[in-house]
Design a protein around this ligand. Structure first.
Ligand code: HEM
Length: 474
């Protein structure tokens, strides 16, 4: 990934890269720091304090206020969850980085009233004396002698091209081949249930292509993957009807793959991005050899994590009449095999019938207390990751994208509730605000799911992906 102006959070020599009030305490300290304590000069809030400021905090009780708030927190443009999961599916294709260097945990502040609410993981963590969540630093380039104290801007393991790595693999397996989910040497991809679902291993788990992110696949992303597998196999059959035995298996495979990737590129660049950006991308001007392929760190660490803000506490699985047959909690979405229990058509139409959460600085309750492979507060992790990767402050990035600095909170957002929270977290004004928080606090552009900074970053990055791709579908 490429580097932007480095921010103030690089490691201090002992793997402590966060300028927070915990810096002065020993590594294994039980936090005595409260979110309401005044910040020492030059320090930034604990990530969990930021997360708490913008929590939904809907709670289990049902009352009018709660219902009204739930509705207001959802997408104002009525974008549905198909866009959420399609976005995540694309993210698997272009950005997969590792976080393997153990570091400081994410501390739970002493006055953290909402940590581990009874409705999520009842009493489990406090009972075990857990006062922090584990946090690893980003991987550095192989051979780096002192990983703890070197610049970490996120090394991506997949190609920065929209080329369906989730189906075809992203890098060579040890035997030199691309490890796809191909059926032997034939044109067809492996499947189960007579072509209906992705292939499975002996334990009954879905098989994915090499290098595909193991990050948070869900039954929804698996449903989308199923479509692209089926489309490839459909194309094989179409081509065979035309060319019979005159082509080799390899030629069939390559041709079906080419068409499938082209359709994916068109869907991603025109339909998905057109919808979420609310405007078309700049006109395609053909392959540009001088555009260097790559994913910039700001995109991977801030902008394209926008999907985390769209997640809902639960997902309505609906039958063919639009009746909700099951309310699936976010945590259970990782049970990929539910795809077959509900059926592909029901899963796909349910995504399309459910309004996603607004892309904003608020995060839903479930993703702040999520038990996926381990316990996450996705918000606090995202904030910590921006610090780990040296993401510069909000106004630095605005300028880097050619946008004017914001001098007052009113210039950042017209929402008084948000600007009051920002003033509490960053009492010295917008120049001291972190990019992640600022980017998600901005008012949206007309007809778009994003404010200026997110829009600029996403358009810039996608144009790099497209213009640096020799085989882009146009
Ligand atoms: C079930 C829902 C989801 C879960 C549990 C989830 C979880 C995660 C986790 C744990 C990380 C790594 C955090 C870190 O330590 O830095 C991550 C990264 C990321 N997520 Fe998600 N995520 C979800 C949905 C989404 C969606 C809907 C999108 C986009 C539309 C998305 C885009 C990304 C991106 C771009 C990254 C960064 C990848 C990188 O740095 O290489 N995620 N996600």
């Amino acid at each position: 990934m490429r580097e932007f102006p480095p921010g103030p959070f690089y490691p201090n020599g002992v793997g402590k890269m966060l300028k927070t009030p915990m810096d002065s305490l020993p590594n294994n300290a039980v936090p005595t720091v409260k979110c309401v304590d005044p910040l020492p000069i030059g320090a930034f809030p604990l990530p969990r304090c930021i997360s708490n400021e913008f929590a939904y905090n809907l709670g289990p009780s049902i009352n009018l206020n709660n219902l009204k708030q739930q509705s207001e927190l959802r997408s104002r443009r009525r974008t549905n969850h198909m866009a959420t999961w399609f976005g995540q599916y694309i993210s698997f294709d272009i950005t997969v980085s590792l976080t393997t260097i153990p570091s400081n945990p994410i501390y739970i502040p002493a006055d953290d009233a909402t940590f581990n609410p009874p409705s999520s993981i009842p009493g489990e963590l406090p009972a075990k004396g857990v006062t922090s969540l584990p946090f690893n630093l980003s991987e550095v380039l192989p051979g780096t002698s002192d990983p703890l104290n070197s610049v970490r801007n996120g090394v991506s393991l997949v190609s920065p091209l929209l080329d369906l790595d989730m189906v075809y693999g992203a890098y060579n397996a040890p035997d030199g081949t691309f490890k796809t989910i191909r059926n032997g040497t034939s044109c067809y991809l492996l499947t189960t249930d007579n072509g209906k679902y992705p292939p499975k291993d002996d334990s009954g788990n879905y098989i994915r292509s090499t290098s595909t992110s193991s990050r948070s696949w869900t039954l929804f992303t698996m449903a989308i993957n199923t479509i692209w597998i089926r489309e490839h196999n459909r194309k094989c059959k179409d081509l065979f009807d035309i060319h019979g035995n005159s082509w080799t298996d390899q030629r069939y495979f390559e041709e079906a793959r080419r068409w499938n990737i082209a359709l994916f590129q068109k869907t991603a660049s025109e339909e998905y991005l057109g919808t979420v950006l609310g405007r078309p991308l700049p006109a395609y001007e053909g392959y540009k050899p001088d555009v260097v392929p790559g994913i910039d760190t700001f995109f991977a660490t801030v902008s394209f994590r926008y999907g985390h803000s769209e997640l809902s506490d639960s997902y309505r699985i609906q039958d063919m009449y639009g009746d909700t047959i099951y309310d699936l909690p976010l945590e259970r979405t990782k049970e990929e095999n539910l795809l077959e229990a509900f059926g592909l058509d029901r899963v796909l139409s349910s995504m399309a019938l459910h309004r996603q959460e607004e892309v904003d600085v608020f995060f839903n309750d479930a993703s702040r207390n999520l038990n996926f492979s381990h316990i996450y507060d996705l918000y606090a992790f995202d904030i910590s990751r921006t610090r780990d990767r040296g993401i510069a402050l909000y106004n630095v990035f605005r300028e880097a994208y050619g946008l004017p600095r914001k001098n007052t909170w009113e210039e950042v957002t017209s929402n008084k509730y948000i600007s009051n929270r920002l003033q509490f977290l960053y009492p010295n004004g917008p120049d001291t605000m972190e990019a992640f928080v600022g980017a998600f606090s901005e008012d949206h552009l007309d007809g778009s799911n994003f404010g200026e900074l997110l829009n600029a970053s996403i358009v810039t990055q996608v144009c790099i992906c497209i213009f640096s791709c020799f085989f882009f579908f146009n």
